[in-house]
Ligand binder design. Structure first.
Ligand SMILES: [Zn+2]
Length: 237
């Protein structure tokens, strides 16, 4: 095979890998966001459930305080009952105590309702907390994998770019320019195999004459359909 074609084939292999690494690096922030989304969702959900629970607990304390205040009032009223002089006053006194007792019972009903809510919220909050912890571990694991992939890709890219620079020096300028011209226009694929009489860039069935020339490998032949440079690759047995 023509020496230049061998070099171009090497260059194409390097460029294909370089492009893959660059894409991986470019996609890293998006990949992190993707993993971060379900973690963030679980965090929001946990916060919401904790807030529900806190609210219900606060509500219970407020009810209990209100009931205690009213009970205290009843106690005070009762302690004063000996001072009552008239029947009218006594009736009023009884009515007041009764009213307060009724209010205390209503508050106690509310407390029972809020206690049921608390029980429910404790369950959902515990579920949300467990989910959050799981997501947190998953997220940190995923991020460290993505970061490591990114680091590895950057290291490899550095090496390959140096190799590419060295390789480029060994290719005649006009050949290199032709290669770059095709690379930029043909989906980053300038040098492809001709195998089984097919161009492996566009899968054109090649004219036999052209295929024979590619097989000889004495010059740089291009595909009549896609314009890519061709090198011969033997059929897979
Ligand atoms: Zn082609």
């Amino acid at each position: 095979m023509l020496k230049e074609l061998v070099l171009l084939k090497e260059m194409q292999a390097l460029d294909t890998r370089i492009i893959r690494l660059k894409t991986l690096i470019d996609n890293t922030p998006a990949a992190m966001n993707e993993y971060g989304r379900s973690f963030k969702d679980s965090q929001d959900e946990r916060q919401k459930k904790d807030t529900d629970l806190d609210k219900a607990l606060r509500q219970k304390r407020e009810f209990e305080q209100a009931a205690a205040d009213k009970s205290e009032k009843i106690k005070k009223l009762r302690s004063k009952s000996a001072d009552i002089k008239t029947n009218k006053e006594y009736q009023l006194h009884l009515k007041e105590v009764e009213q307060l007792e009724k209010e205390v019972r209503l508050i106690e009903d509310d407390i029972l309702i809020v206690m049921e809510q608390i029980e429910e919220f404790e369950k959902t909050s515990s579920v949300a907390n467990k989910k959050f912890e799981k997501e947190q571990v998953k997220y940190h694991e995923a991020v460290s994998v993505v970061k490591k992939d990114q680091d590895d890709a950057e290291k490899e890219l550095d090496v390959l770019l140096k190799q590419r620079g060295e390789l480029a020096k060994t290719i005649p300028k006009d050949v290199y320019n032709r290669y770059m011209h095709i690379l930029e226009r043909k989906n980053a694929l300038a040098v492809v195999a001709a195998k089984d009489e097919l161009c492996h860039g566009c899968f054109l069935n090649m004219p036999p004459q052209l295929f024979a020339e590619v097989m000889k490998g004495e010059k740089i032949n291009t595909c009549p359909q896609c314009g890519r440079m061709l090198y011969f690759e033997p059929e897979t047995p």
